[in-house]
Every structure is written in C-alpha cells, then in structure tokens.
Design a protein around this ligand. Structure first.
Ligand code: DX5
Ligand code: ZN
Length: 232
C-alpha cells in the first residue's frame, strides 16, 4: 500500500503569516497545498480568493489544490487558474452543467475535480469519469475547519474507488474534513489516495508540522481498529 498524498489546508494556518506558513508546510513534507475558497453564500463562511493564491504561488513549488465552495464557480475558473491553481475542484451543486465546467477547467490547463458533499450521490459522476482527475469526498459539511469526521462517508470513498477501478482510470480519490492520524488509515483502506487535513497538520505550530504530516502519511500504522500494520 503506497503512502497517501497529504494536502494541508491553509484554512488552519496563521493568516497573518500566510507566506511563512506555506513555506513551512512545504518544508515539512506536504505534497499539495489545499486552498479552501468560500463565498459566504454557497457555504456560511468567507475565506480567500485569487489574489491570495497569486501572492502565495511564487513562494512554494508544490501543487495548489484549490477547493471552490462558491456558486456560481464558472465565472471565476479562469481567475483561479491564472492565479496559480493546479487542481480546481467544484461542487456539482454550484452550477447547472457540471460536465461543461469540468471541461473548462481542463481547457484552462488545470486538473479537474468534483467535490461530494455528504448528501451528494456517487452517481453524479458515473457517466463522465473520463473528464475527471480528482474525486474529493467531504467527510464534514463544507464551510469550516475543525469539524468531526463523518465515518459514514467512507462507504462513498469505497464506491467511488470501485467505480474508478472498473473504469480503469487514473483518478485520485481525496478525503477532506476532520481527517486525523487516527482515521487516516480507514480513509486509505477505503480507497483514498490523498488526504486533506487542516487542524491535524497545523496543531502545535511550525515545529510540529513535519511530525503531523508524517503521522498522516503513515496511515498504515494508525487507526484504532486497524490491527497490526501490514508487513510492507
Ligand atoms: C471544509 C474544508 C476543509 C477543512 C479541513 O469546508 O473544505 O478543507 O478546512 O480542515 P479540518 O482538517 O480541520 O477539518
Ligand atoms: Zn477543502
């Protein structure tokens, strides 16, 4: 079993020192930087937009995994790509034509992702997997960091992983919300290949980042009901 991609969410960073935080996270071994964009309408919270991504982009070289919790998303896709987004994920509920939006993201040169709210059915993507690079399963209701992990969403991860395997496609399955070193193994066992974590990475301050990221990457060794770690 290979180690998961770890994408720390800068939502949990110190916003007064965002540049330093991004650098510290990269130095600590993060694979991607997860950027939570919220508009105060599609979700209750308001966060950041393209200018902040543009300011951070030159400071680190890891991919920017941009999670758009905005509606409509279509008018802003180009601005996020121009600002430096490498992966752009959208919620199906944010617009009328999910497939058109995904194709637009790829046309702009980014990887295209679909985000599943806890209530979003897997069938949403069943007939267009070839237009998708990333399936992002929310294990909380979107809007805030620091919420509790919803174990019920692991069945969705399993269903999506099976769908991807059957189609023979190279699609990343990512879990986002309440991910910790204690549930990371369950996510990976269910079929996740990437994990977003805000609270679990940023807790303890910069000197703890590398240790926190390593604990998530070593998902094989954690998890209450996991039993002994596999030999390899
Ligand atoms: C929630 C966001 C998540 C969240 C992750 O709307 O999409 O990325 O901030 O933070 P934790 O790991 O604290 O749940
Ligand atoms: Zn997110």
């Amino acid at each position: 079993m290979s180690r998961p991609i770890i994408a720390p969410s800068i939502l949990s960073a110190d916003f007064a020192r965002l540049g330093e935080e991004a650098r510290a996270i990269e130095a600590a071994g993060a694979d991607w930087l997860h950027v939570d964009v919220m508009d105060g309408s599609f979700v209750p919270n308001i966060t950041i937009g393209p200018p902040v991504i543009k300011a951070l982009r030159p400071l680190v070289s890891i991919p920017f995994d941009v999670h758009l919790m905005i509606a409509p998303a279509d008018p802003h896709l180009e601005a996020f790509r121009a600002a430096g987004a490498d992966l752009i994920s959208i919620h199906p509920e944010s617009g009328p034509h999910l497939n058109r939006s995904l194709k637009r993201i790829r046309e702009l040169g980014a990887k295209a992702g679909v985000v599943f709210n806890p209530s979003t059915p897997v069938e949403t993507v069943e007939f267009m997997l070839e237009d998708i690079d990333l399936l992002l399963v929310m294990s909380v209701n979107p809007g805030f960091g620091g919420q509790s992990f919803m174990g019920s969403q692991l069945a969705k991860v399993e269903r999506l992983r099976t769908m991807v395997e059957r189609a023979g496609l190279d699609i990343i399955v990512e879990v986002d919300g309440g991910v910790t070193a204690d549930n990371a193994r369950r996510c990976v066992d269910a079929g996740a290949t990437a994990l977003v974590a805000g609270t679990a990475v940023f807790k303890g301050g910069p000197e703890a980042y590398a240790r926190n990221i390593e604990a998530l990457k070593d998902a094989r060794l954690h998890g209450a009901a996991a039993g002994p770690a596999p030999a390899s």
